[in-house]
Each structure stands twice: as C-alpha cells, then as structure tokens.
Design a protein around this ligand. Structure first.
Ligand SMILES: Cc1cc2nc3c(=O)[nH]c(=O)nc-3n(C[C@H](O)[C@H](O)[C@H](O)COP(=O)(O)OP(=O)(O)OC[C@H]3O[C@@H](n4cnc5c(N)ncnc54)[C@H](O)[C@@H]3O)c2cc1C
Length: 405
C-alpha cells in the first residue's frame, strides 16, 4: 500500500506538465468558441486522441496509479483549460468506470476499448442512470430490463435523461430495474453495443454551463442486448436478487451507486481545476487593474478575498487527494470521504468563480473575459453526480450511523 504523500512523483509531475501544456495551448484558446457553439468539440477530442490524452491506456494508467492522485491531477489540469471541453474529453470515463466497477474482466476487455475508439475513429461513451422521475432518488428508476428466456437476451425499455454523450455515444451503459419490487437492490447495469436498434437520442438540452458537453435524453424502445451485456453476469445478479428477496443486506451495493462512489473524487478534482483557473485570472487582474491610483490588490478587501479563494482551493484539493488515495489503497470511505471531497470542491468552485467575477468588476460580467463562463460551468458541480444536498445526506448517514432523511 502506498503511503499518502503530497509530493507527486516525477512520473505524475511529468503527466501534469504535459496535460497543462495541452490545456493551455489547445483547450483554453478554444473554450469560448465551443461554449458559444454548444457542440461537442470533436476536433479537440481527436487531437487529444492523437496525443494519447484521450485513450483507454492513458486513463487506465492514471486510474491504477497506486498513489491514487493520477486521476485527480489529470482532471484538474484538463478542467483548468475549460470545463465544457474537459467534460467532452473525459465524459466517456464515467461509462468506463461503470464497467470497471460492475463488469467482469472479460467485459472490461471487450467494452472499454470500444468506448474510446481509435485516434482514426474516435468514439465516446455514455452512462445513463438518471430518468425524468428518478434523479437524486436512483431507487425510483423505471427503465425495465426483462430477460428473454428463449434467446438469453435482455430487453430494455424506458427513457433516460441528462445523459452526457447520450445518443452520440458508441457504447451506452444503462442502469435498469430487473425487479422493481426490490428498489435500488433490484437494479443492474447493461451495455448497449454500438448500433443496437431501438436506442435513440431524445431532446438535446440547451444548458447554462459546460455547453460544449453534449447532454441529452436517451430513449430505449425494446432494445435487445445479448446476455453477456449484463455487467457482472447473470449468476451474480441472480445471487444478489435472491439475497435481496430474503432481506439480507450484505452485498446490497447498487449498480449506479457503485459507479458514483468511484467517480466522486474525480468530479471534485474537475471542480478544483475550474476554481484554480478563475482564481489565477482574478489574481492577475487584481495586480494590474488600477483604481484610486493603485492596483486593486493593494486593498485588503480584495487581497483577503484572493487569500480566501486560494485557501479554499487548496483545502478542496486536499480532500480530493485524500479520497483518491483512500480509494487506491482500498480504504473504505467510513465518513463518506468521497462525498466530502465532491461536496466541498463543488461548492468551492461556485464560490471562487463568483468571487473572481466580482474582482473583475464589469469585465467579469462579460464574455470578453473567461470568468463568467467559469462561473456558469461551476454551477453544475453542486448538481450532477449527486447534488450537494445528497452528498450531505450521505455524509450525515455515514458519520451518524442513522438513516437520516
Ligand atoms: C449537465 C448534466 C449532465 C449530467 N450527466 C449525467 C450522466 O451522464 N448520467 C446520468 O445518469 N445523469 C446525469 N446527470 C443527472 C444528474 O446526476 C441529476 O440531475 C442529479 O442527480 C439531480 O437529479 P434531478 O435533476 O432529478 O434533481 P432532483 O433529484 O429532482 O432534485 C431537485 C432538488 O431537490 C433536492 N433534493 C432531492 N432529494 C432530496 C433529499 N432527500 N434531501 C434534500 N434535498 C433533496 C436536490 O438536492 C435538488 O436541489 C446530468 C445532469 C446534468 C444537468
């Protein structure tokens, strides 16, 4: 087990510098354009793929880095460049994590590479859990998966919403209920392979922030997938359902929750990247903007704002790194440390970007400067991957041992 360290090794520092260069030279200069276009920035994803930044190998290397900080470092740098483009590049990893968290080795080997495609034929993947009537309450999912005993296939029916890359993905991972009477414990995840009939995109959402990232409904109309598309396999599912029916709690982790638990610190790291970006813009601006005959940073009121921004960003990063290290070291999140990191980093990004707009005055309110975009982008970090309220619920339950509602 690696010991916790705040000193990333030379390999991680080299990756950080490499990604920072890509974020500064390729992502940041394109951010305003793709935000306005509200379209997936395919040329940038392709460039990332060509350089090896958008690839299964790259993310697997960071994911399995024993220090745990490979993924947070990568996320922070890419999202420092821009959150909308960043999410377009890393959105696939949420679906990949779903397969890693719930799939067999064979399933990981089959589906994970298809999610990314190749540099000549780049693909993205989507993770579809949320539904119009099941957002925070994942147990209320209505999308049904029915086993066809005659063919061994699974038949999926339902409507998913808010799916990042939904409808434009090659591979979709869909969470569905197999036994609705069991609530969250009756759910399973299924891979829908590329080109499967019956899966279509519903409406594409026009959003407040992260506008370069594609978010859409996914409609599943009698989608038939082979038996081997059930993540984890039928035997394991049958055992789990039998235990649930007997009321045995052991092993009752549900499929969507397993994915969210594993990805929360990474999402926190994205928020840290946005916050750091806005803070840097504000610090530079405060040093050069002159009012009353001196740079505005000469006023304690402004300098203290920057001091608080930097302090909160560093605190958020520490929580993210701790949770990421715990996950890598197989330490259980006994106080919901993953949720703590996502909660604090998400709220920090919203707060820091709002302060940055204030420090830039009128300029901060215009699209001539990037902080208004960063502020719009940050708003999603208290909503997706579990709202801030839901993170507090998870933490409160973990620390109290009580079924807080
Ligand atoms: C841009 C974007 C991308 C997304 N990407 C994906 C994706 O790729 N895949 C996917 O499956 N989903 C995705 N989501 C969905 C996202 O995870 C949900 O929006 C989120 O979980 C909240 O669900 P909801 O929108 O239905 O809000 P609701 O659950 O309806 O919540 C509304 C409000 O009520 C509060 N609330 C609800 N229950 C409680 C409670 N028990 N206690 C206190 N407060 C409560 C919430 O905190 C929130 O403030 C995405 C969403 C967006 C906007």
């Amino acid at each position: 087990m690696s010991t916790f360290s705040l000193d990333p090794g030379p390999d991680q520092l080299a990756v950080r510098d490499w990604l920072h260069g890509f974020a500064a030279d390729v992502i940041r200069p394109a951010a305003a354009e793709w935000d306005e276009r509200e379209e997936t920035p395919w040329p940038i994803i392709q460039e990332a793929a060509r350089l090896g930044i958008y690839s299964l190998d790259f993310y697997a290397q960071q994911y399995f880095d024993p220090s745990g900080v490979g993924i947070p470092i990568a996320m922070e740098e890419l999202f420092w460049g821009d959150a909308g483009i960043g999410l377009s590049i890393v959105g696939t990893t949420l679906a990949a994590v779903a397969v890693l968290a719930n799939g067999t080795d064979e399933q990981i080997g089959t589906w994970a590479p298809q999610m990314f495609g190749t540099p000549d034929d780049v693909q993205v993947a989507a993770f579809c859990s949320s539904e119009p009537d099941a957002g925070s309450d994942v147990s209320a999912l209505r999308t049904r998966a029915v086993h066809d005993e005659a063919t061994g296939e699974w038949v999926l029916n339902g409507t998913k919403t808010w799916a990042t890359n939904g409808g434009i993905a090659a591979v979709h991972v869909v969470v569905a209920t197999v036994d609705p009477a069991l609530g969250a414990r009756g759910q399973a995840s299924f891979v829908v392979p590329p080109g499967t009939p019956g899966l279509s995109q519903g409406q594409k959402f026009k959003k407040h922030g992260i506008r370069a990232s594609h978010t859409a409904e996914v409609v599943l109309d009698s989608v038939r997938v082979p038996g081997h598309c059930l993540l984890g396999g039928k035997e394991k599912l049958d055992e789990r359902l039998a235990r649930a029916r007997e009321g045995v709690r052991k092993g009752g982790r549900n499929a969507a929750m397993a994915t969210f638990e594993a990805s929360r610190p990474a999402v926190g790291a994205q928020a840290v990247g946005i916050a750091r970006a806005a803070y840097e813009v504000a610090l530079d601006y405060a040093k050069t903007r002159v009012q009353f005959g001196r740079p505005i940073i000469d006023n304690q009121g402004v300098a203290f704002q920057l001091a608080d921004m930097k302090t909160r960003i560093d605190a958020a990063r520490l929580l993210v790194w701790r949770a990421s290290w715990m996950a890598a070291a197989n330490q259980p999140f006994t106080s919901a440390e993953g949720s703590m990191s996502k909660l604090y980093a998400g709220e920090t990004a919203k707060w820091v970007t709002a302060q940055a707009m204030q420090i830039l005055g009128g300029n901060g309110f215009t699209r001539e400067y990037p902080v208004e975009r960063m502020h719009r982008d940050s708003a999603i970090y208290s909503i997706f991957e579990g709202t801030s309220e839901i993170q507090r619920l998870v933490i409160a339950r973990a620390v109290s041992g009580l079924p807080i509602r």
